[in-house]
Design a binder for this molecule. Structure first.
Ligand code: SF4
Length: 249
């Protein structure tokens, strides 16, 4: 089963969960042989049915988006908000069904990016921020790129050099952060108008959710040496995102 199907499957499981709650409420109600339906129980039933309907609609919309079909940007935004609310439940469901969380997190990142790419931006270069964790830097490198990315000596052994080149080519801001907390602090202090965040699935999700004031394109890093160690970036994807925020495509 691919990640898209797993995501839709988990959304379905949550819808079934609410359907079971709905049945249970009705069972309790009628087993007590109540003649008049308690208004609060009726409202609860309506609420549960609404939640089930929203989950089913969100699953359908998510599937359409993930299949690269055209869909209205406002619907994408509403769907992203629903997925945001559902996210903790979906993560609980991954634990129950033994599905790796990162597979579902990557779907969230895709849904976020597709929504951002469905809009038009015309951001000044200096208001665009690139931010990446320091595991992108080779572990043997002694240069303090977390203080200033331009401390990189451009030896060509890691993607920090590529980020410095992009920073200079487009005049965007670029930072290497030692952790998620510092990354958030850097973003808040620099007040960008658009962020291109490069990280693992977990950090991207928390970053995108925490910095909801700015449009954030999330780019997953590559981890050929395992997590948090000598990670790599698809630099073309980063450049595409810069051009997009500049209004180029
Ligand atoms: S490219 Fe820069 S950061 Fe990477 S290893 Fe070389 S000097 Fe260090």
């Amino acid at each position: 089963m691919n990640n898209e199907k797993k995501f839709i499957y988990l959304m379905g499981v949550i819808a079934i969960f609410f359907a079971l709650v709905y049945k249970l409420v009705n069972f309790v109600l009628y087993s007590k042989d109540m003649k008049l339906v308690n208004i609060s129980i009726t409202l609860l039933n309506i609420l549960i049915l609404m939640i089930i309907t929203i989950i089913i609609l969100s699953s359908i919309v998510s599937y359409i988006i993930l299949k690269n079909r055209k869909i209205n940007s406002n619907i994408m935004k509403i769907n992203l908000n629903i997925v945001n609310v559902m996210y903790p439940l979906v993560i609980v469901a991954t634990k129950i069904f033994g599905i790796p969380k990162n597979e579902i997190r990557s779907i969230y990142v895709i849904l976020n990016n597709k929504y951002i790419y469905s809009n038009k931006y015309n951001v000044k270069a200096e208001d665009i921020m690139l931010i990446t964790p320091h595991c992108i830097q080779k572990n043997f490198c002694k240069h303090k790129v977390t203080n200033d990315i331009e401390n990189c000596r451009r030896c060509g052994q890691c993607n920090v050099e590529d980020l410095v080149k992009l920073k200079q080519k487009y005049n965007v801001k670029a930072f290497v952060a030692t952790g998620g907390t510092l990354a958030r602090k850097i973003i808040i202090e620099n007040k960008p108008k658009a962020v291109i965040a490069i990280a693992c699935e977990r950090d991207l999700i928390s970053g995108i959710q925490d910095v909801s004031k700015f449009p954030v394109i999330g780019i997953l890093n590559k981890r050929p040496n395992g997590p948090c160690f000598n990670t790599e970036i698809d630099i073309e994807e980063v450049e595409e995102a810069i051009k997009f925020f500049l209004g180029g495509n």
